[in-house]
Design a protein around this ligand. Structure first.
Ligand code: HEM
Length: 235
């Protein structure tokens, strides 16, 4: 990242300042947080039924003549890389500063940034697993998932139902969603702080908003594997 920064003067200027990297974390965090809301809304179509979910999956893969999904992937990947690289760089810088000036407040700040780093890295591992699971479909190379309502198209609904019949997979998803929830509730609050939108007066409201948003995301995502594995939805 830093060699990329030296090649482009503006990138270099933003990257070399602490506030520049904090802004990059906040702005990419907004994109990733909004992606989650969109992804959840689309995934909840699983409860409307096979046709609605497969129509949605087909739309995603065919928008802008198939280029749309690749544009979205490129934007998401860029946001993820910048978000992770800037966070790691800021954490290293904080650690160096802490060694020079150790007090209670910095120890507290370091603790919460450590939680953010660990929940963030688990989410990264989850995303890799999730892409291998549902996009690359490594778990079922032999299955062709043909939509019984339209044999010409892929049965994304059937794949999700089958994907969540395995208790170990569901457990991993639930744990990852829990960590995601913790990461979002901390992250959204710091995002407001970085953007200068957090004051002593607004802090409690922003806290309720961030925690509330994280809980909605958690319950929404977890409802899918739990309904399939525990309540037998779609099986
Ligand atoms: C129960 C929860 C979830 C379900 C049922 C689900 C479902 C899916 C499905 C079916 C796909 C494949 C789309 C396709 O290629 O047609 C997908 C892709 C993806 N999901 Fe999820 N997802 C869930 C949770 C999450 C979470 C929590 C995240 C982020 C932290 C996430 C991030 C992604 C990403 C980045 C892709 C790759 C998009 C691509 O390149 O194709 N998903 N998801």
């Amino acid at each position: 990242m830093s060699s990329l920064a030296t090649g482009f003067p503006i990138v270099s200027r933003v990257w070399s300042s602490t506030i520049g990297r904090k802004l990059l974390v906040a702005l990419t965090g907004i994109v990733l947080t909004l992606f989650l809301a969109g992804h959840l809304a689309g995934n909840l179509l699983v409860f409307v039924g096979r046709e609605a979910f497969n129509d949605y999956a087909e739309f995603l893969h065919h928008m802008i003549h198939g280029a749309g999904v690749w544009i979205a992937r490129a934007v998401l990947l860029a946001c993820l890389v910048i978000h992770v690289a800037a966070t790691i760089s800021l954490t290293r810088q904080n650690r160096a500063a802490r060694q020079a000036y150790e007090n209670k407040a910095t120890i507290q700040a370091t603790k919460s940034s450590l939680i953010m780093i660990w929940t963030g890295l688990t989410i990264l591992a989850f995303i890799i697993f999730h892409i291998l699971h549902f996009t690359v479909r490594l778990s079922y190379p032999e299955a062709d998932f043909q939509d019984p309502l339209d044999p010409e198209r892929f049965d994304a609904w059937g794949m999700v139902i089958k994907g969540f019949t395995n208790p170990a997979t569901v457990l991993f998803y639930v744990i990852a969603m829990g960590l995601l929830c913790s990461h979002i509730s901390h992250g959204v609050q710091s995002m407001f702080q970085t953007l200068g939108l957090r004051s002593q007066k607004s802090a409690p409201i922003l806290r309720v908003l961030s925690v509330g948003y994280a809980i909605v995301i958690f319950c929404g995502f977890v409802s899918i594997p739990i309904s399939i594995l525990v309540f037998g939805y779609g099986r």
